[in-house]
Every structure is written in structure tokens, then in C-alpha cells.
Design a binder for this molecule. Structure first.
Ligand SMILES: Nc1ncnc2c1ncn2[C@@H]1O[C@H](COP(=O)(O)OP(=O)(O)OP(=O)(O)O)[C@@H](O)[C@H]1O
Ligand SMILES: [Mg+2]
Length: 347
């Protein structure tokens, strides 16, 4: 279990001070995969580096498996770090060492014997699917293979926690999937708690149990993945979701949208629905019961873990009173209705 309590981190002082983390609180239960997303510069790397104290929090505390990290002596911290593996975007392998010797490095630093090292490294290479590459050098490997070496190295000291800083951001989509699959296996088979940061919703969707959103140093959302993807609570969360779903009105329509409704306009709405609402024929009922016509501009259905999420952008065609009634009807049936703007009626 990882517990981050009231953690703030400021780089520099005075006018040049950067408040990279502001009073962050986060609990990650043992054996779960937790994602942290956010825009570039939001503080994701700072947060993950505060867990193993590569960065020292300015205030607050971090505990891993009950051990308060900020209070450890240098020697104790080194030992605690054996229980926390880390992988990076650019793999950070030693180019002059073979695959075997890269994975062996943490064990050498721990003073393990050559035979103990061999007994540990060979099964790890097998776990990550690189048994045949033991004698190769990093330059002879693909990006995905390099990350597999880095994962094996991170697991060498039998950690309980694995920290992943944009571990798949340098990889193509197919290789990303295979690395995520490996991380999932590691989580399930070895029970390792994984904290991963990413700017890709796809990564969160594929393997995380929970997700936090960090914005300008503040943790602004923390939710089950299914909840976050079906009902993000912040504007930034909705933007991440809409970018991921690539659902926004056609450019030609955006240009015609106005903020103010009038007698001669009708609303363009984004509808988000999950659960039972996905399989209910609400749109045809809407047309019948509220006497509005619905012109669907875009629609998409996504499966997220055990949840189904539907999204639609539509124009509601009717009198102002009818379209108001229609929106109330949709909200009463658990759809989220966001008015994107109003367009002139075609008369
Ligand atoms: N060592 C440092 N010294 C000074 N400022 C830093 C340092 N490291 C990070 N920062 C600043 O702290 C803020 C958060 O940076 P951080 O690297 O944590 O963001 P990030 O969310 O990981 O971004 P990215 O997605 O681009 O990796 C940024 O404004 C950054 O410039
Ligand atoms: Mg970063």
C-alpha cells in the first residue's frame, strides 16, 4: 500500500519557485494498478518520484507498506528502495552491459553471489520473454524489448511496488499493448502494486483499476476507472475523455454555434450515457414523448472494463419549450446532457 499524505513539492525559491505538487493526498491499496494522468508539466513525474524519494517532498509524508519514507536514514532508504522498482520512458539501460548484466545490476549492488544472481536473472528473463537475448546488448534490441529488460531489472530485487513513468510513451501502439499485458501479468501473478503515470487514456483504460487526474500540481479527480470514463467530474477530466473518444462536433458546426439561445435557434448537445441507458431506445422515446426531432451528428459506444459508455452529439429540433422538456427527460433517465451551443434553425 502506498499512502501519500498532504504532499507538496516546490522547486526553487522566491520568484522562480515552481509549486509542482500542492497538498496531494492519495491512497493506493496493495495489489492494485493505479494510473495518474495529467497534461505535460502537471506534476506527474514529481509525484511518482516522491514515492521512492528520488524527489523529497517539501512537506507531507509518503509511506510504502507502512514504512514512512521521509523519515528513513540513507541506509534504510536504500533498503526500502529494493522494495520499489521503477521503469522509465527511455528505459535507462546501461549500453555497455548485456541484457543479463543489466538485470543483474541491482543484485550486484546488493552484494548477491554470482550463482544467486543467475538463479534470479534467468527466470526473470523468461518472465519477460527474453531468455534468448541474455547475451545481447541494448543497442541490438527493439524499444519494446528494451522496456522488457528494464522491467526485469526493476523486478530483480523482488519489489512490492512498481513505479512506471510514461513506460509506454516511446512505443508504438502494438508494442504498448504487449508491455501493458506484461504489467498486468506481473500485477496478477506477483501481486505487485503498480503506480503508473501516463498522458494516454488508452493506457488507463486497458490496465488501471483506479485513476487520478492531476492538474497544475493538484489532484483534482480520483476515481474507479469505470466511473472516471463514464462521469468525469472536472472540465479537464471531460476534455481528456472527449479527446480519447475523439467526439467533438464537426468544425463547420462549431463555427455556427452561439452561446445564447433564442426563438430561432435549437440546442446542440453532447449526451453521455452508461449502464441501462445504453441499451434503452431513449432517442426514439424522446421523439415520441417530447415531440422533438433528433438529428444525430456523431455517436460512439465504448466498453470500459465492465461498463459500457455511450456518447452522442445531436441537434434537438423543436420549439424552445419542447427542447427544454427533452433535455429534462434525458437527465431524468440518467443521461448527462451538456449544451455545446445553439444553432440557427434552417427555415
Ligand atoms: N528538477 C526540477 N527543477 C525545477 N523545476 C522542476 C524540476 N522538475 C520538474 N520541475 C517543474 O515542475 C513542474 C512539474 O513537472 P513534472 O516533470 O512533474 O511534470 P509532468 O506532469 O511529469 O510533465 P510531462 O508530462 O511533461 O513529463 C513543471 O513545471 C516542471 O517544469
Ligand atoms: Mg513527466
Amino acid at each position: 500500500m502506498i499512502e501519500i499524505s498532504n504532499v507538496s513539492k516546490t522547486y526553487g525559491t522566491g520568484n522562480s519557485a515552481v509549486h509542482a505538487l500542492k497538498d496531494v493526498n492519495l491512497t493506493i491499496p496493495k495489489g492494485t494498478i493505479h494510473g495518474v494522468i495529467g497534461l505535460s508539466g502537471a506534476g506527474k513525474s514529481t509525484l511518482i518520484r516522491c514515492v521512492n524519494l528520488l524527489e523529497r517532498p517539501s512537506t507531507g509524508s509518503v509511506s510504502v507498506d507502512g514504512q514512512e519514507m521521509t523519515r528513513l536514514s540513507r541506509g534504510e532508504l536504500n533498503r526500502a528502495r529494493h522494495r520499489i522498482g521503477m521503469i522509465f520512458q527511455h528505459f535507462n539501460l546501461l549500453t555497455t552491459r548485456t541484457v543479463f548484466d543489466n538485470v543483474a545490476l541491482p543484485l550486484e549492488l546488493m552484494g548477491e553471489s554470482r550463482s544467486a544472481i543467475k538463479d534470479r536473472v534467468l527466470p526473470l528473463l523468461e518472465l519477460v520473454g527474453l531468455s534468448d537475448k541474455a547475451k545481447q546488448y541494448p543497442a541490438q534490441l527493439s524499444g519494446g524489448q528494451k522496456q522488457r529488460v528494464a522491467i526485469a531489472r526493476a523486478l530483480a530485487s523482488k519489489p512490492n511496488v512498481l513505479l512506471c513513468d510514461e513506460a509506454t510513451s516511446a512505443l508504438d501502439p502494438q508494442t504498448t499493448s504487449s508491455i501493458l499485458e506484461l504489467l498486468r501479468e506481473i500485477n496478477q501473478q506477483l501481486g505487485i502494486t503498480i503506480l503508473l503515470i501516463t498522458h494516454e487514456m488508452e493506457v488507463v483504460k486497458s490496465i488501471c483499476h483506479r485513476v487520478s487526474l492531476i492538474s497544475d500540481g493538484e489532484l483534482v479527480e480520483d476515481a474507479e476507472v469505470g466511473d472516471f470514463f463514464t462521469a468525469p467530474i472536472t472540465q479537464l477530466g471531460r476534455e481528456f475523455l472527449n479527446d480519447f473518444l475523439q467526439l467533438s462536433p464537426p468544425k463547420e458546426l462549431i463555427e455556427r454555434l452561439s452561446d445564447t439561445p433564442s426563438e430561432h435557434t435549437h440546442p446542440v448537445v453532447r449526451l453521455t450515457f452508461s449502464g441501462d441507458a445504453v441499451s434503452t431506445p431513449l432517442i426514439s422515446r424522446l421523439a415520441r414523448e417530447c415531440s422533438v426531432d433528433v438529428s444525430i451528428l456523431q455517436a460512439k459506444v465504448e466498453s470500459i472494463q465492465d461498463r459500457t459508455l455511450g456518447l452522442m452529439i445531436a441537434e434537438l429540433l423543436g420549439s424552445p419549450a419542447q427542447t427544454q422538456e427533452a433535455m429534462a427527460y434525458l437527465e431524468a433517465h440518467q443521461l448527462q446532457v451538456e449544451v455545446l451551443g445553439h444553432v440557427q434553425r434552417n427555415v
